[in-house]
Every structure is written in structure tokens, then in C-alpha cells.
Write a protein that binds this ligand. Structure first.
Ligand code: ZN
Length: 224
């Protein structure tokens, strides 16, 4: 059902749409009215649409003079909402027959068969809103797993493994050269003797790091 609002008779012109014969309706009622005309309702029959307060005062005076059966006080007419339409023939017959599905109800006012009121809640012809376009999907390439942090006690870039001509191996660090013995020596031999292709690049680096870490661990233990 429609309700009277505080803006009755003072609807901003930006919310009104001129239909015909100088008559306007609130934009939603206007859109519905135009849909009815597009559906076959004869045009040019809107006798009275929106009325501002002054126009409604005139209407009340006309009713008192017997020129029209009745008129709601200014501020209390649905003409003041822009949702009432006084419709002449032949559109009146059309809207009385077909208007309900467009949200237009009849016989709200006794002895005024021309008076129709619009209720958007009963309008079955309001176009469905255009579905919003789905947002483009951004496909982020699966990130490579973060490698586990390397826990050695010196930057690896500062160290490298060295093969000596006599078959021994060394870990060269900025602080000096460490002879590989014990566990890191075993690792070093395994790396050295492995067939090409036994290690991928990453595995080779991993093996080198293992050797360095083992050597550093021993060095640390010695210095403790
Ligand atoms: Zn009316």
C-alpha cells in the first residue's frame, strides 16, 4: 500500500516525470504509466497527475464549489505524492481492465472512477534489474612453496666447497678454510661420487648446504 509522505505536495521536480497534457507523475509511477501506454493503453488521457500544495488547495476549492465530487486536503492527497492519476477515456477503461498488473488500483475514491493510484509493490512489470557483471576473476599463479629457511651460521654466498687435487675437500669461508672431516666428509664424498643426473640443481645445492652446515656445526663445537 502506498503511504503519504512529508514531501506530499512538495516533491522535487527531479523526482517527477512529465507524461502528457502538462501532467507529471513520480518517476516510478510515470515509468509504469508509460509501460501501460506501450502495452496499448490509449495515450493523451492523463487529466491530472502530480499536484503541488497550491494545486491541491485549488482542487479543494473546486470540490467545495461542486465542480468535482471530493478532494483530499492539501498534504493528504495521493496526487501530492505523484502516485495518483485521474485518467480520461478511453484510457480509463483500459487501465480499469489491465492496470492492476501494472500496480494501478481503482475505486479508491468514491464516485471518482477516473482516479487511479499506483503502488509499486503490486507492479508486476517492473523490469528486473540487470544482473551485475561478475567481477573479472584474477588468477594468481600458484606461488612456489617458500623454501624452508636455511639454518647455517654464515651467509652461503660467502662460502663454497673446494676439491683438492689430493682428493680432500675444503669448505672455504671468509674466515678461513675448513678441512672437511667426519660427517661432512662422507657427505662430500657422496656428492663427489654421485653420477651426473643423480642430483637436480636444487638437490645439489641442498647437499652442498648440508655439508656446509655439518662443517659449521663442527667448527662451532670446536670453538665452544
Ligand atoms: Zn484523483
Amino acid at each position: 500500500m502506498t503511504v503519504l509522505t512529508a514531501l506530499n505536495g512538495r516533491i522535487p521536480s527531479s523526482l517527477l516525470v512529465l507524461i502528457e497534457r502538462g501532467q507529471s507523475l513520480r518517476s516510478d509511477a510515470a515509468a509504469s504509466f508509460l509501460r501501460e501506454e506501450a502495452a496499448g493503453m490509449p495515450k493523451g488521457c492523463l487529466r491530472s497527475g502530480y499536484r503541488d500544495l497550491d494545486a491541491q488547495v485549488v482542487e479543494v476549492a473546486r470540490a467545495k464549489a461542486g465542480l468535482t465530487p471530493s478532494a483530499a486536503p492539501a498534504g493528504q492527497s495521493f496526487h501530492g505524492e505523484g502516485t495518483a492519476a485521474d485518467v480520461d477515456e478511453p484510457a480509463r477503461t483500459w487501465i480499469r481492465a489491465h492496470g492492476a498488473a501494472y500496480g494501478w488500483a481503482k475505486d479508491h475514491v468514491k464516485n471518482e472512477p477516473w482516479h487511479m493510484e499506483y503502488d509499486p509493490a503490486t507492479d508486476r512489470h517492473i523490469p528486473a534489474p540487470t544482473p551485475a557483471k561478475p567481477a573479472p576473476v584474477t588468477i594468481t599463479p600458484a606461488s612456489r612453496p617458500t623454501p624452508a629457511p636455511i639454518t647455517i651460521n654464515a651467509p652461503e654466498d660467502d662460502m663454497y666447497l673446494k676439491f683438492a687435487t689430493n682428493g680432500s675437500g675444503y669448505l672455504v669461508t671468509p674466515d678461513g678454510v675448513l678441512n672437511l672431516t667426519g660427517q661432512e666428509w662422507n657427505l662430500f664424498q657422496r656428492l663427489k661420487n654421485s653420477q651426473a643426473g643423480d642430483y637436480t640443481g636444487d638437490q645439489f645445492l641442498g647437499a652442498e648446504i648440508d655439508i656446509m652446515a655439518a662443517a659449521l656445526k663442527r667448527l662451532k663445537a670446536q670453538n665452544a
